[in-house]
Ligand binder design. Structure first.
Ligand code: SF4
Ligand code: NI
Ligand code: NI
Length: 707
């Protein structure tokens, strides 16, 4: 059999299996039985993206089988083979959809099955910043658990997002790979068809970020090929179905690397039998480059360890978190004042705590100097301490400034991790990420209680206060420049954020100071200053300079934005926004919903559904993505009346922002304004919400008509 014949055989097998599964599901649930994947606005995403059709019932699935069939044309050409591969992907999607249609909970620990839209959106920023440099799909079975572990950890240590399908999952468990979304290793399922759950991640990325129109298969395949840095490792004996699924991956632009004897297709189907080289060959095949900073510490160091928790039972040492005094500070110094790479620990190290471990006070003082360093960048660098320390295996960092909280695990302690290693990490990473503004870094770690407390009073607190005063004085009016950010263009090619002191990027990760620092670090990079000049309309926030920049950077897609308006040319959204704001006409106001909230909203749509109506760099008056912090900014939809328009938000978000909401409300003449905002405990239907608003006398009801 030729490779093509194997592919055709596989796609026919997959189609037959899909037919059987659909028939079976219909016999259980009837033709009108509902079909839906959980927490997505994109129906069966592969089908929807490829054909523009949303499938909602088992009958729809049955009808869709003929589309799949039409894709299988057995001619010996690459094009037909790739189409057959897509057919296999569609069959797999149908089979998986039937699982969700007929079973209460088709996937259980450790397997994830279908991935929600919200998770995909949350991956936007780490993917564009290169924090997640790529996506590995490992399917099948390695010769041994040890080899499986080596390959998976190889990717994990480089920060890749790894999806596992098949027996490799058990091998990973046996090899003690730390798994879970927060650790970037996600077991999908044991059946080969569960691979579709990573395929739809790539496909929804195109719909969410890329503004690819459903039904435009050509654009879809171009997007995944050019913008989704994924590849497949197909390990162990290859069935025809796996080979044809591999053809599907290749159609999407994802190279397949296998340890089996197959006929190679240059760049796309590559044989690598040496497990030592599997990781390198795969990264090379997808052209994923990884910057490696060698850091001399006895435990792992990778972005993938960021989300790792250190639980009480596993903990050896603890600092801060209200239990001991602890703080961290990045301080700008003069070049002559510090000594590069000096790492000093003052006070007892953790090995003085005895076999049971314990608590210590802690001060982490990072002194930096450099010709391009500015005091304004201190908080930008300081916020990175959280990430750098979290990247250490067995170290958990929470909070910042003098509410920081650090834990070190027993196993990392036993592996030899000591406090000066934290200094090594901070030293290496500060230079690595901020090398163009920082020339010298010196780290002082103090555990001596008296000194920690004294320096807190004399050095840290005054510095925090000075910064807060600076931030409070930093308004849109007080600066000459705004910044554009186009970081998300690698996924959302038409999107531009305009970042101002009072409006941070919608991802929540880029403040005006961050943008300013980014410009300094990389003068030709993603953040560029926009010299504001005189406003054309101060209320709506229109500047000719801003419009010119936006038009240029969006390649003509957006010609005008009103920075302070929701209704009139609002800022575009890429897809990775923390929250979405949308109008609720019945209440003459707006609702806001955050990504974490999975319930219904009074607009009759979930976060995911609302989010799907805006994104990909489109302008959608009445809807926009935004960062959490922007909600309590003076400039939040100030053209429409600001926060007083806010009538509904999920309780959790409201509680997290309560103080700031109340402070902002008070400035506008309302005490305890947070209590006037409805949430899901009041209701998620327009009637109960408006009834509540009337009862509490919410100001939106009597404001000018919003539309
Ligand atoms: Fe993306 Fe905007 Fe955040 Fe920049 S500021 S990373 S463009 S969402
Ligand atoms: Ni960690
Ligand atoms: Ni984005």
């Amino acid at each position: 059999m030729t490779l093509f014949d194997i592919i055709f055989t596989g796609s026919k097998q997959a189609l037959e299996a899909a037919k059987g599964v659909v028939q079976d599901a219909i016999s259980k649930k009837g033709e009108e039985g509902k079909v839906a994947f959980p927490e997505t606005a994109y129906s069966l995403p592969t089908f929807y993206a490829a054909t523009g059709k949303k499938l909602g019932t088992l009958k729809d699935l049955k009808d869709a089988l003929s589309i799949v069939e039409s894709l299988i044309v057995e001619e010996q050409s690459l094009e037909k083979a790739l189409n057959a591969g897509l057919a296999t992907a569609l069959s797999a999607e149908i089979i998986e959809a039937c699982k969700y249609a007929t079973q209460e909970k088709p996937y259980s620990e450790p397997c994830a099955g279908f991935i929600s839209d919200a998770i995909i959106r949350s991956l936007g920023v780490p993917l564009v910043t290169g924090d997640i440099p790529g996506v590995a799909v490992v399917i099948g079975e390695a010769p041994s658990a040890e080899e499986a572990g080596k390959v998976i950890k190889g990717y994990q240590n480089k920060g890749l997002l790894v999806f596992l399908v098949g027996k490799i999952i058990d091998q990973a468990i046996e090899a003690k790979v730390k798994m879970g979304l927060e650790l970037r290793v996600i077991p999908l399922g044991y059946d080969v068809t569960s691979v579709i759950h990573v395929v739809t991640v790539a496909i929804r990325a195109a719909l969410i970020f890329g503004n690819v129109q459903p039904g435009n298969l050509g654009d879809l395949l171009k997007y995944t090929k050019e913008r989704v840095p994924a590849f497949v490792n197909a390990l162990g004996p290859l069935s025809e179905i796996v080979v044809s699924a591999g053809a599907g991956a290749i159609a999407l632009g994802f190279p397949v690397i296998t340890d089996q004897e197959v006929q190679e297709v240059p760049h796309y189907l590559i044989v690598q039998k040496d497990y030592e080289k599997m990781v390198a060959t795969s990264l090379e095949a997808r052209n994923i480059k990884i910057k490696i900073t060698e850091i001399p510490i006895p435990v792992g160091f990778a972005a993938a360890f960021e989300g790792e928790r250190v639980r009480k039972e596993d903990m050896y040492a603890e600092f801060g978190g209200g239990r001991t005094p602890a703080w961290e500070l990045v301080r700008k110094r003069e070049m002559a004042e510090i000594e590069d790479h000096k790492i000093e620990v003052i006070g007892p190290d953790i090995d003085t705590l005895g076999p049971e471990g314990g608590k210590l006070p802690l001060a982490v003082l990072v002194d930096v100097a450099g010709r391009n360093m500015q005091e304004d960048f201190e908080p930008v660098l300081e916020r990175r301490i959280h990430y750098f320390l979290n990247y250490i295996e067995g170290v958990m960092h929470i909070g910042q400034r003098d509410i920081m909280w650090l834990r070190i695990s027993k196993s990392s302690y036993e592996a030899g991790l000591r406090l000066h290693h934290l200094g090594e990490v901070l030293y290496a990473k500060m230079l690595d990420e901020f090398g163009s503004i920082v020339d010298k870094v010196q780290v002082t770690i103090i555990t001596d209680r008296e000194q920690v407390e004294e320096l807190a009073k004399e050095v840290a607190k005054p510095r925090y206060e000075a910064r807060d005063a600076r931030l409070a004085g930093l308004t849109d009016e007080s600066v000459d420049e705004f910044y554009s950010c186009t970081l998300c263009q690698s996924f959302a090619p038409a999107h531009v954020c305009v970042v101002t002191p009072e409006r941070l990027g919608l991802c929540g990760a880029v403040s005006w100071l961050d943008a300013k620092a980014t410009k300094e670090i990389n003068p030709t990079g993603a953040c560029q200053p926009i010299v504001k000049g005189v406003a054309r309309d101060e209320v709506k926030g229109i500047w000719d300079s801003v419009n010119k920049a936006v038009e240029e950077l969006s390649h003509g897609a957006t010609k005008e934005i009103c920075i302070y308006s929701l209704m009139d040319n609002p800022m575009t959204s890429c897809g990775c926004f923390e929250c979405i704001c949308g109008i609720m006409p019945e209440a003459n106001g707006v609702i806001i919903v955050n990504r974490e909230y999975t319930g219904m909203t009074p607009l009759g749509m979930t976060f995911g559904e609302l989010a799907s109506t805006t994104g990909g760099g489109m302008q959608t008056p009445g809807f926009m993505g935004l960062g959490r912090q922007f909600i309590t900014s003076k400039k939040f939809i100030s053209a429409e009346g600001g926060i007083l328009r806010l009538v509904w938000m999920p309780k959790e978000l409201k509680e997290a922002l309560r103080e700031k909401i109340n402070a902002r409300g008070k400035e506008l003449g309302y005490d305890n304004f947070a209590d006037m905002i409805a949430d899901e405990t009041v209701g998620t239907d327009p009637d109960s919400v408006t009834e509540f608003l009337t009862r509490v006398g919410h100001p939106a009801l009597t404001m000018d008509p919003i539309m």
